[in-house]
Design a protein around this ligand. Structure first.
Ligand SMILES: NC(=O)C1=CN([C@@H]2O[C@H](COP(=O)(O)OP(=O)(O)OC[C@H]3O[C@@H](n4cnc5c(N)ncnc54)[C@H](O)[C@@H]3O)[C@@H](O)[C@H]2O)[C@@H](O)CC1
Ligand SMILES: [K+]
Length: 468
């Protein structure tokens, strides 16, 4: 769980925001006192009189730890501080000097039930030495509850990578703003539940965490076309496109499933159109009422699939490109899509993303932004840590789903859900992506464990109801 709809900043941007506050006259000691107070408050909610071990590193993260230790002892708890190196000069050294309680070196510390992790924060982290790593593992495994200050120690703030740290927090108090490690990569599991503490540092960012969308009810004058006409192109594996079409039918006014459909099947509300040749495809797409076209789920990668994709790309409709369409575009995606003026959204999982834009080049956030800029498309880079990026560089980080989403067909459902939000025309493209990812994740939560993609569709109306 991460707080919804709040700014997310890189380590460098957080430091710049802090510097701006200092330049405006704030004192570093005051800020650290506020940070430590927020940590102590959170610790008091969960410590329940258990013995506390505060790990204090050499930087300002450790400084926050010393403040928390002092306040927890003043609150009557039994507190020991384990230090890793000497506190550097400045506020952290000041807070170290104000701590008068029991202190041991990290190497000599014994486990205690409630662990407060103030070893490393958003400064540049190096992997722990083997000895320190082993000691830390003993302390973490011996604790009943681990509360990390700002970030779990030994994780990279911007990529979310675990640098070999034994820390897995039950809860993390993010200071001032969320950072990428709270939302992506190994950090998702390493942080536990994340709470955000306002310590008086104003931050602005083009990156935000996912929030519940505000969706409108159909107006009194609404008709099936004004609520959005969605076309889904069927291919070699028709089940995938049918999942997209059924998902789109939750909210869209009119859904057409186009392909080699022999029978008209369930649900009857979805209109079947027999489209097997370039001519019939061209005829289908020659309809200005179409709000969005989904192409790719189960499309196949043969000659016919390629032809259908080319025709969809040359239309002027908003396109959702998923699955096989992304594989067919491959390394040509950037060049081919940047030439297309009409809106397009790509919904790759990591393998499809890498096939289009290459596997290297920074964090998942940076890579997704680069892909969006190169292709001129909005990108929903799927996974447990979904990253949505716009060509403008705006980002939404959407880790609200459920690990049970890792089952066949759920991506097809996302594509259809997105088509409905785009075709409705009420939302910007980024808002439509955010709404689709939220609804998809929420429907998964409502399903509970061990569901299949059809169950997800059945829960979309309940998710939508929460947004009205
Ligand atoms: N700047 C400020 O005034 C504030 C900072 N805050 C705290 O300060 C943190 C950032 O502080 P810093 O920039 O000092 O960074 P850190 O507290 O992350 O400490 C970085 C230090 O740890 C050392 N280090 C890194 N990896 C190591 C390893 N494996 N073994 C031993 N030493 C290692 C580095 O050489 C560096 O000296 C934030 O995360 C937050 O907790 C808060 O107190 C709010 C105010
Ligand atoms: K920490």
């Amino acid at each position: 769980m991460i707080p919804p709809g709040v700014p997310v900043v890189s380590a460098a941007a957080m430091v710049a925001a802090e510097q701006a506050v200092f330049a405006a006259g704030a004192s570093q000691i005051e800020l650290m006192e506020r940070a430590g107070t927020a940590v102590a408050r959170e610790a008091l909610r969960f410590a329940n009189q258990r013995p506390v071990l505060v790990l204090a590193g050499p930087g300002n993260n450790g400084g926050d730890g010393y403040v928390a230790a002092r306040l927890l002892e003043e609150a009557g708890l039994d507190v020991t501080v384990a230090t890793m190196g000497d506190a550097k000069a400045g506020a952290a050294a000041h807070m170290r000097s104000r701590w008068e309680g029991r202190t041991v070196a990290l190497e000599d510390a014994a486990p205690r039930a409630f662990l407060v992790d103030g070893l490393l924060g958003i400064g540049k982290a190096r992997p722990f030495t083997p000895d320190l790593g082993d000691r830390l593992r003993t302390l973490v495994e011996g604790a009943q509850f681990v509360l990390s200050i700002d970030i779990p120690s030994g994780f990279d703030t911007d990529s979310g990578d675990d640098l070999g740290s034994p820390v897995t927090a039950d809860r993390t108090v993010a200071l001032g703003a969320l950072k990428p490690v709270h939302c992506i990569g190994d950090g998702l599991a390493g942080c536990g539940a994340v709470m955000l503490a306002d310590i008086g540092i104003p931050v602005e960012s083009a990156w935000h965490s996912l929030a519940r969308p505000a969706l409108a009810r159909p107006s009194a004058r609404a008709n099936k076309y004004s609520r959005g006409l969605v076309v889904v192109i069927e291919g070699e594996m028709p089940g995938a496109a049918r999942l997209s079409a059924c998902a789109a039918a939750s909210g869209a006014g009119y859904v057409i499933l186009a392909g080699d459909t022999a029978s008209d099947g369930q649900p009857h509300a979805i209109v079947r159109r027999r489209v097997t040749t370039p001519e019939t495809m061209t005829e289908l797409l020659d309809d200005s009422r179409i709000g969005a076209v989904v192409v790719g789920p189960g499309l196949g990668r043969g000659q016919n699939a390629r032809r259908m994709l080319d025709l969809a790309l040359s239309s002027s409709h908003a396109l959702i490109l998923d699955g096989d369409a992304l594989s067919l575009l491959g390394t040509d995606a950037g060049a081919r899509l940047s030439d297309r003026r009409a809106p397009k959204v790509l919904t790759p999982h990591s393998g499809e993303f890498d096939r289009m834009f290459g596997p290297g080049g920074g964090s998942k956030i940076e890579r997704t932004i680069a892909g969006a800029k190169e292709s001129g498309a909005h990108i929903i880079h799927k996974g447990g840590d979904t990253v949505i990026a716009a060509p403008s560089g705006e980002v939404i980080l959407g880790a609200n789903g459920s690990p049970w989403l890792s089952t066949a067909g759920t991506g097809d459902v996302l594509a259809g859900t997105l088509a409905t939000q785009l075709a409705g025309g009420a939302l910007s493209h980024l808002e439509a992506c955010e709404a689709a990812v939220w609804l998809h994740g929420r429907a998964a939560q409502l399903c509970g464990p061990a569901f299949h993609a059809d169950d997800l569709i059945a829960n979309l109306p309940r998710a939508i109801a929460e947004c009205l």
